[in-house]
Write a protein of this length. Structure first.
Length: 505
């Protein structure tokens, strides 16, 4: 019989979050860990989203790890192939490959209260771990809305995050559904080659100019030879975004100025007043993610493009029916309709101390302590968990803060010695989330008059962090022992784990 495999830490996912965790574990001297990845390569978001025009919308010098600067970013906002190559490079640079198990989809993780460990079932077998780091990504499971009649569509259908590169769009009648960050990049990239493009828009986004540029050889040389210059650039990019946070979180009325700039951006590109009216949002800028593009509006003004306001209501064979009653024939439908965010699919697969899944524990909305741990799910930490998202800056900053928390969590476990686990106290989780939701009340995401994927089915914002990245850095620097209960392995013959009063006990 094969021997049971046990590791100190199991990391799930190999995007920025999982790879960052792996680097941090090695730096903390932990080598007994695995990274479980369902796909066959690293990269997460940047492996799965290969649609035409895919690029980051936070400058690359900030949208990268602080511990792995890349002086060779080719553009201010680099494209998907370069970001994916960067993550492959990070994997090799830090010697992570031996830890990664590709093709290992986590099917179930069950807390074993007797042995104080996670029993993990994967598509490649089982193992157990003292600690799980769940880095399965907030934007990793594509969401296709339930459109009546979609099954009857005879043409090609795919999601932006599962682009079918074998399908030739040239000359075809293509429908793009959705107007989020992906659609805004896809539309201008495919418009010149398709025969007809129909954009089904439920809500128009606010679009600002993208101040992109190629980074020349001399500048890259400087970053390579004098790394401090790249650090200064990163610092400036970060600082500007930190200064914007107050307007998003406390004074949404100040965003009126930005709204005027965005209106001007629209007016410059779209002359037709009817089209301009369709493309003008009726909510406060910032309520949904502000999108950056110099090519989206000009593409929509082209003669081979139609914009259907109100979105896609029904599909009848190859005829797509808009909510406004208009009809369009299509050969292919591309869904740029986002991801399962507030109903995180991994939650269905995590079974906690009382036998409930995380999805059941979160049936009224996601809730975690400092974006990381959930009560009743001991030794389980999430990277980019609830309320860690950003409206205007780099998620890598938040990931690195969570890695600090992970490192301290491990140190605390080590200090406890023996078999022990840390379980977030329900009162601490509640108190943290009360504070987060209290701060959320004034933010543009809650008051701006829009419906967005930041809000869950109950209208609660469980995705965004209502503060600066430095505030989050401070809040996650250390584990607060008072916020956790210590579980000890039960004495022989006693099935339930003993609880010690304090982490330091
Ligand atoms: C098109 C696009 C553009 C974006 N641009 C920006 C940007 O400019 N700036 C920004 O800050 N953020 C951006 N984001 C957000 C982005 O998701 C995060 O910045 C970051 O990449 C998330 O990293 P992650 O490791 O948490 O998740 P992911 O990159 O999604 O990685 C999760 C990994 O977990 C794996 N996985 C999931 N479930 C399982 C399972 N059950 N078993 C095993 N493996 C599993 C997945 O295969 C995947 O590899 C963008 C997102 C998208 C989709």
């Amino acid at each position: 019989m094969a021997e049971h495999e046990h590791v100190r830490v199991a990391v799930v996912g190999s995007g920025f979050g999982g790879l960052g965790a792996a680097v941090r574990l090695r730096r903390e001297g932990v080598t007994d860990f695995v990274v479980l990845e369902r796909a066959d390569s690293v990269g997460g978001t940047w492996r799965d989203n290969s649609y035409p025009g895919c690029a980051c919308d936070v400058p690359s010098h900030l949208y990268s790890f602080s511990f792995a600067p890349n002086p060779d970013w080719p553009r201010a906002f680099s494209g998907q192939p370069h970001i994916r190559a960067y993550l492959e490079h990070v994997t090799d640079l830090f010697g992570l490959r031996p830890h990664i198990r590709f093709g290992s989809e986590v099917k179930r993780m069950t807390w074993n209260g007797e042995l104080l460990r996670w029993d993990i079932e994967t598509s490649r077998g089982t193992l157990s771990a003292d600690l799980v780091v769940s880095a399965t990504g907030p934007l990793s499971e594509p969401r296709i809305p339930d459109i009546p009649g979609l099954d009857s569509f005879p043409g090609k259908v795919f999601h932006s995050a599962r682009w079918d590169h074998d399908y030739d769009l040239r000359g075809k009648r293509v429908a793009v559904v959705g107007t989020g960050a992906s659609a805004v990049q896809i539309v201008p990239a495919i418009q010149p080659e398709v025969g007809r493009l129909t954009l089904f828009q439920r809500t128009p986004p606010w679009v600002m100019p993208r101040v992109d540029r190629a980074i020349g050889g001399a500048e890259r040389w400087l970053y390579r030879r004098l790394p401090v210059t790249a650090r200064v650039r990163r610092g400036l990019l970060w600082g500007i975004r930190e200064l914007q946070v107050q307007a998003f979180t406390k004074h949404p009325e100040e965003l009126g100025f930005v709204e005027r700039l965005a209106r001007r951006n629209l007016a410059r590109a779209v002359e037709d007043p009817a089209l301009r009216a369709k493309l003008t949002p009726d909510y406060r800028i910032g309520c949904k993610r502000i999108l950056l593009s110099n090519t989206y509006y000009p593409a929509l003004a082209q003669p081979n493009v139609d914009v259907v306001a109100g979105g896609l209501a029904e599909v009848r064979g190859s005829t797509l029916v808009g909510a406004d009653g208009s009809e369009a024939e299509a050969d292919a439908i591309v869904f740029g309709t986002g991801f399962h965010v507030t109903d995180m699919p991994i939650a269905e697969r995590v079974v906690g101390a009382d036998g409930r899944t995380l999805a059941e524990a979160w049936k009224d909305g996601m809730e975690a302590l400092r974006g990381a741990s959930a009560a009743g799910f001991p030794n389980w930490l999430s990277i980019i968990g609830p309320n860690t998202g950003l409206g205007n800056s780099s998620m890598i900053l938040m990931i690195e803060s969570q890695l600090n928390y992970l490192a301290d969590f491990l140190r605390r476990l080590d200090a406890l010695g023996g078999r022990a686990a840390l379980d977030a106290r329900p009162a601490a989780v509640r108190a943290w989330n009360r504070r987060v939701q209290e701060r959320m009340k004034r933010t543009v995401w809650n008051t701006g008059g829009c419906t967005s994927w930041y809000l869950d089915a109950n209208g609660r914002n469980t995705t965004i962090w209502p503060g600066t990245t430095s505030e989050f850095r401070r809040a996650t620097r250390r584990v607060d022992p008072a916020e956790y209960e210590v579980l000890r392995a039960p004495a022989r013959g006693n099935a339930s784990p003993q609880k010690a009063a304090e982490v330091g006990a």
